[in-house]
Design a protein around this ligand. Structure first.
Ligand code: PHE
Length: 359
């Protein structure tokens, strides 16, 4: 075969190879073990010495040229691939870094952590119950039978039952008191628990929202009295509001699930929308409380002849408003970022008693 033609064929094939795989095919076809040029090299052995010398030299030149072309093309393809990667994987290092998380802890969450720390220190553990509750836990077990007027006063949200199912509907719990029942059924007596969480009532004005937060407290033992209740609440308020002077007012009241019952107000002032605790001439109702009714103990399987104790239900949003001087309750749940940034807490600001609750 004409060596010029052979050379031309492979030089052209090298130039046409679109990528490294195609180029490798060309190399194998020409210079591989079974390649055309390699086979011609092998065939030289059958020539007579004179002819072999001339043909071998000429063939070597062609082989060297093709080999050089292969290497050059290979380098070219690699360069092009790198260029392409540099183009496609380009990164603008001048872009600003990731912004720091901007979220804050909602005052309600912060206050729940704070009050949990305080009550934990007094020996209360945390209990929980569902927000969609059966009417038995929310009412009956708490000595509020179906025809009791208190059921109407609760402005209850009712869940739907399926068509034809005429069992009483579930409710959105109207208070955290059903957790008293659940906790006593689960743990028996003696017991000391708090149960913070969401509750629901159809109500809406400057101091009421349809969803709000309560913390239930329950302490049952052999000889717990109203005096213990008063001490726990006063001690709690002193620790929570972080002021020595907190004034509580116990007012006789009525709840079906406690006997006797008391509502508790706290003294505060409101100067130009700024709420201050422990001074002034205003009183804000913050909780309902009393000695757990024997019928309630019995409903939860606790023997009222052996055990007695107190319970209270404290409005978390209210004490958050008072402590952090937040005038309008509705703003708590509007999700306004400016409000959240203003009243929110840093995520690492976990309240604990040794560190001071609200640094
Ligand atoms: N459950 C009552 C309410 O929501 C508060 C309360 C709790 C009263 C426990 C007495 C005892 O108004």
């Amino acid at each position: 075969m004409d060596l010029t033609e052979l050379r031309g064929k492979y030089i052209e094939a090298v130039a046409q190879a679109a990528d490294e795989a195609a180029l490798e095919d060309v190399r194998l076809a020409a210079l591989g073990k079974k390649g055309e040029i390699s086979l011609m090299m092998a065939a030289l052995g059958k020539m007579d010495p004179e002819a072999r010398k001339a043909a071998g030299a000429a063939l070597n030149v062609v082989k060297t040229e093709i080999d050089a072309a292969l290497r050059a093309r290979k380098q070219g393809l690699a360069d092009a691939a790198l260029d392409e990667r540099l183009r496609s994987e380009w990164l603008d290092v001048t872009l600003p870094g990731r912004p720091r998380p901007r979220g804050t802890i909602h005052p309600v969450s912060q206050v729940m952590e704070e009050l949990t720390a305080i009550f934990a220190d007094m020996g209360f553990s945390v209990a929980e119950g569902p927000q969609v509750e059966s009417d038995w836990y929310n009412f009956d077990a708490l000595n509020i039978p179906p025809e009791h007027p208190a059921r109407q006063e609760h402005d209850t949200f009712f869940m739907h039952r399926a068509e034809g199912d005429d069992r009483p509907p579930h409710v959105l719990r109207t208070h955290t008191s059903p957790v008293q029942i659940r906790a006593m059924m689960a743990q028996g007596a003696p017991i000391r628990v708090i149960a913070p969480g969401r509750v629901y009532r159809m109500d809406m004005d400057q101091t009421h929202t349809p969803m709000f937060h309560q913390v239930e407290g329950l302490a049952i033992d052999r000889d717990i009295s109203m005096a213990n209740l008063k001490w726990v609440l006063e001690e709690f308020c002193r620790a929570f509001f972080e002021v020595d002077k907190v004034e509580l007012r116990f007012r006789a009241s009525h709840f079906p699930f406690t006997e006797p019952s008391a509502e508790v107000d706290i003294r505060y002032s409101n100067v130009g929308g700024q709420l201050r605790i422990g001074e002034g001439d205003k009183w804000m109702e913050i909780l309902g409380s009393g000695m757990v009714h024997p019928k309630v103990l019995a409903a939860a399987g606790v023997d009222p002849d052996q055990w007695q104790g107190f319970a209270f239900g404290l409005g978390i949003d209210r004490i958050a408003m008072l402590k952090y001087g937040i005038p309008d309750l509705r703003a708590f749940f509007e999700g306004d970022l400016r409000w959240l940034r203003h009243y929110g807490f840093a995520a690492l600001d976990m309240p604990d008693l040794p560190g001071g609750l609200s640094r």
